[in-house]
Write a protein that binds this ligand. Structure first.
Ligand SMILES: Cc1cc2nc3c(=O)[nH]c(=O)nc-3n(C[C@H](O)[C@H](O)[C@H](O)COP(=O)(O)OP(=O)(O)OC[C@H]3O[C@@H](n4cnc5c(N)ncnc54)[C@H](O)[C@@H]3O)c2cc1C
Ligand code: SF4
Ligand code: SF4
Length: 451
């Protein structure tokens, strides 16, 4: 192990987990490189409406932490960036980052949005699972950090066809810079914490759910975006755009375990029972005339106060729970959606009609996990998440010394559990860096005595 005067860490992924790791370490005097492949830090929590089990506003909890990361001198944010290569070992990792061009001078841009108004190009918005469109120049969402514009080079008419340039002409700060190039950046760090979270599974391949085929069949994440004030409908429960148009909603069904527990993915996604309950409560609170029915295989809400949360959803909000196996979804002749299910375990099939069907789908390892594991030289488990050195006794240590793991990239989990991981991983990384620092101080003391 080498000695180093300054403590430096790389944190990969800037959801709530990566943010918590970065802040824990920065407060202990560590210089943190926080790397995020999207244009803003924040991950999924920034896109949720409210959070179970307290129903607090998600972005209200997260936004101050995002700003703190931005404003601390010893945290450097690298958005639109990914790890290109890693060499060395614990105590002295040499990391090359690939930082994609934003085509915006971050120091000049004020986030005023004038450029966005004048951009002629609209494309389906991936942040909102294409439920709405965005422009080729955009700010991901109102509370984005950094809150500056970014240009999508694949759809910008200037960058792809040499035309347009409206944003550059209209920007009052001369912040648009088409000459920016992707850059490689070399950094040296003693430890690495991986916190790349999880993606939400979209069940196009599971034909029985008709996802993408019948308007009104959505994933739970998409419903979360519809309920969220920063989402495509500014929090109004209605459906427009490529998914069809539904503005009169009377009945909503929630189907749990879609893509989990043997259906494509072997594991239980752990949080779907809780977020379905949350979404049903939120809908009943805002729209008491809409009925909500949750179809479940069995209920797994094991967190503190979660049992009470589910009970309250029944007694105080009238959420209906149906233990049943869903056979298939059908388009009904009256424009509604039929859910065909079996609640007896026998031959009898039942059918109910709804206006919206919400699929609580699996959380899966994010795209690029295999490649990142290879670059870091760490192992994945049978499900494709990162493998702990010892799942029982060292859950946040990876299979390589000096590299730690936290949050949903270990397995699907809620925010509380992700934060517990984050503080565990940062304590482990800090322990190593403190030992190195002490070693250096002792050597310096020896040198002084000799002199
Ligand atoms: C529909 C839904 C509702 C939910 N509701 C709740 C709730 O009410 N309460 C609750 O406690 N939990 C809830 N959760 C779970 C919650 O979202 C997670 O616990 C939390 O987001 C985990 O944080 P994370 O930082 O580990 O991962 P993420 O939030 O996924 O963040 C990971 C970050 O890493 C980035 N990244 C990925 N790959 C790379 C890479 N190769 N290089 C650099 N960056 C990368 C991503 O872009 C992302 O910003 C919900 C989840 C869903 C899907
Ligand atoms: S690029 Fe210019 S016009 Fe666009 S948000 Fe930034 S300052 Fe405003
Ligand atoms: S140059 Fe590109 S980003 Fe700018 S306004 Fe035109 S299409 Fe939009």
């Amino acid at each position: 192990m080498e000695h180093a005067e300054n403590m430096n860490t790389l944190v990969i992924g800037s959801g709530i987990t990566g943010i918590r790791v970065a802040l824990d370490l920065a407060k202990n005097g560590v210089n943190v490189h926080l790397v995020e492949r999207e244009a803003s830090i924040g991950g999924k929590m920034a896109l949720l409406d409210k959070t179970f089990p307290t129903n607090d506003c998600s972005i209200c909890l997260l936004a101050p932490k995002m700003s703190e990361c931005m404003n601390r001198d010893n945290i450097e944010l690298h958005t639109l960036s990914e790890v290109e290569s890693v060499s060395g070992s614990e105590g002295n990792f040499e990391v090359t980052l690939l930082k994609k061009a934003r085509y915006i001078d971050e120091k000049k841009c004020t986030g005023c949005g004038i450029c966005i108004e004048h951009c002629p190009t609209t494309v389906p918005d991936p942040i909102n699972d294409e439920l709405c469109d965005r422009k080729a120049i955009y700010i991901p969402y109102a509370q984005a950090v950094p809150r500056v514009a970014v240009i999508d080079p694949d759809h910008c008419k200037h960058l792809s066809e040499g035309k347009c340039g409206a944003c550059k002409k209209k920007c009052p700060r001369d912040a648009v810079d088409f000459t920016q190039m992707d850059q490689f950046l070399k950094i040296n760090v003693q430890t690495i914490v991986v916190a790349i979270g999880a993606d939400v599974y979209r069940p196009f391949e599971l034909k029985k759910y008709k996802y993408g085929k019948i308007p009104g069949v959505l994933t739970a994440f998409e419903l979360e975006r519809l309920l969220c004030p920063t989402g495509p409908t500014e929090g109004q429960l209605m459906l427009t755009g490529p998914y069809g148009k539904i503005d009169e909603i009377k009945d909503i069904a929630f189907l749990l375990c879609v893509g989990s527990r043997g259906e494509v993915h072997e594991y239980c996604s752990g949080i779907c029972c809780s977020h379905a309950t949350k979404q049903a409560i939120l809908i009943r609170e805002s729209y008491p005339n809409i009925s909500t029915t949750i179809f479940y295989r069995d209920f797994r809400t094991f967190g503190k106060n979660f049992e009470h949360y589910v009970e309250r959803s029944k007694t105080d909000y009238g959420v209906d729970y149906h233990r049943a196996t869903v056979e298939r979804i059908e388009r009904s002749d009256d424009g509604r959606i039929s859910v065909v299910f079996d609640e007896t375990g026998g031959e009898e099939r039942k059918k109910d009609k709804f206006d919206l069907v919400v699929l609580s789908t699996a959380l899966i390892p994010p795209a690029g996990t295999v490649g990142l594991a290879a670059k870091l030289g760490i192992k994945l488990d049978d499900w494709g998440f990162f493998q702990s050195k010892d799942p029982l006794l060292e859950p946040t240590s990876s299979t390589r010394e000096g590299i730690f793991l936290a949050g949903c990239c270990l397995r699907p989990k809620d925010i509380t559990a992700s934060i517990m991981d984050a503080s565990s991983a940062s304590a482990k990384a800090l322990e190593i860096m403190n030992q190195m620092k002490k070693g250096l101080e002792k050597e310096l003391e020896k040198d002084e005595v000799v002199v």
